[in-house]
Design a protein around this ligand. Structure first.
Ligand code: KG4
Ligand code: ZN
Length: 352
């Protein structure tokens, strides 16, 4: 029997096995992470080596630098994940890895590490879409949470509203027609000369500011679940440049706060409307921008007004981490999905 045939048989057996331990690898951007998760929900370890400090001096992620640092970190992170979980390699049932979307050189480090490990241990390899991982971050944060629900997916690379009908049955209700919301946060932060990554800095600074500038979001998409953030981003950038040229002094906190208020109104209004549209009384936020304190405040309040239950991942699972990838892989495996062969490679863009 050839290698992949043997893996198919092992994968099929896993679907019916009582306890399944998955080791997962995440390296799509600037976090190197390895986690070990039992039965999709019990996080035995989740080790994250962040490169934020390294990229900060460049004002953003430098892909080549990210790949090199993943290579340097991954073996140690793997050892640490096993130590922390107090298990041996031989107890792992499957290896999961983010294969996309992300920086292709960065993804390749994780994918090649995962392939070599799965091959050495002779266990199945599961290829996970990063966005599915962000959704699953809620399963490890809220052990009772199960589909169906509506998901507001907000990260540096994605902005979407999804109807999650079943663990692996998603329907896209709306998406961004231009920039991802995290990209807009980072760009606005950059023009305000705040350190990378900009999202958390805007969140912090906004608390000292007032919503005094009317940076509008075009209402051409108001009857849809789609988003557009490039207009408001450009409006802020032009506003700052115009005032700088005139030598005016500006309140960065007021600009940050005004931008954040408009963006979080747009996201929270459409998410609630989507719940009403599909008749769903559970709303889940996912992705790095889901860490935004104002967004969570608004979602929570609007959910309460509309008798909708609201869920957000705990902070450590909100931004990139491997535990969420193992959780997504578990539910993929239960549905017979995601088994990969040794020709798996990193993909910069993947469909939801
Ligand atoms: O999900 P994530 O870690 O990586 C991607 O898959 O893209 O998201 C990163 C994005 C960045 O744009 C970062 O600025 C943003 O999430 N972010 C935030 C906050 N924390 C992270 N944006 C707004 N407020 C925050 N507190
Ligand atoms: Zn992410």
């Amino acid at each position: 029997m050839n290698y992949f045939q043997r893996m198919k048989e092992k994968f099929e057996k896993l679907r019916h096995q009582k306890d399944v331990i998955i080791l997962s690898v995440e390296s799509s951007c600037d976090e190197t992470s390895v986690a070990i998760v039992k039965n999709g929900r019990e996080v035995l370890s989740n080790i994250i080596a962040s490169q934020i400090e390294i990229h900060r001096r460049f004002g953003g992620v430098v892909p080549e630098v990210a790949s090199r640092n993943h290579i340097m970190a991954i073996s140690n992170i793997f050892d640490e994940a096993l130590d922390k979980a107090k298990i041996t390699k031989e107890q792992i049932d499957a290896v999961a890895v983010t294969y996309g979307a992300g920086l292709v050189g960065a993804l390749l480090v994780g994918v090649n590490f995962a392939k070599a490990l799965a091959y050495q241990l002779d266990i199945p390899l599961i290829a996970v879409n990063h966005v599915h991982g962000h959704i699953a971050a809620n399963y490890i944060s809220h052990l009772q949470l199960k589909p169906p629900f509506v998901c507001l997916m907000v990260s540096g690379g994605h902005t979407a509203i999804l109807e999650i009908k079943e663990y692996e049955d998603f329907k896209l209700l709306g998406t961004t027609v231009d920039d991802a919301v995290g990209e807009a946060f980072d760009k606005v932060a950059r023009v305000l000369e705040l350190p990378y990554p900009g999202g958390p800095e805007i969140d912090k600074l906004s608390k000292e500011g007032k919503n005094v500038y009317n940076f509008t979001i075009s209402n051409s998409l108001k009857d849809t679940f789609n988003f557009s953030f490039s207009g408001i981003k450009t409006a802020v950038v032009n506003f700052v440049h115009n005032h700088e040229q005139k030598g005016d002094s500006l309140s960065k906190a007021d600009i940050a706060c005004s931008f954040q208020e408009h963006v979080t109104d747009e996201l929270s209004d459409k998410a609630i409307r989507a719940c009403r549209y599909v008749g769903q009384n559970k709303l889940v936020v996912a992705g790095g921008v889901g860490a935004n304190s104002r967004l969570k405040e608004k979602l929570k309040a609007k959910c309460e007004e509309n008798a909708i239950e609201f869920f957000a991942p705990v902070l450590q699972f909100c931004t990139d981490n491997a535990a969420m990838i193992a959780s997504a892989a578990y539910y993929m495996m239960k549905n017979g999905l995601g088994l990969a062969d040794l020709d798996l490679t990193g993909k910069p863009n993947v469909e939801l």
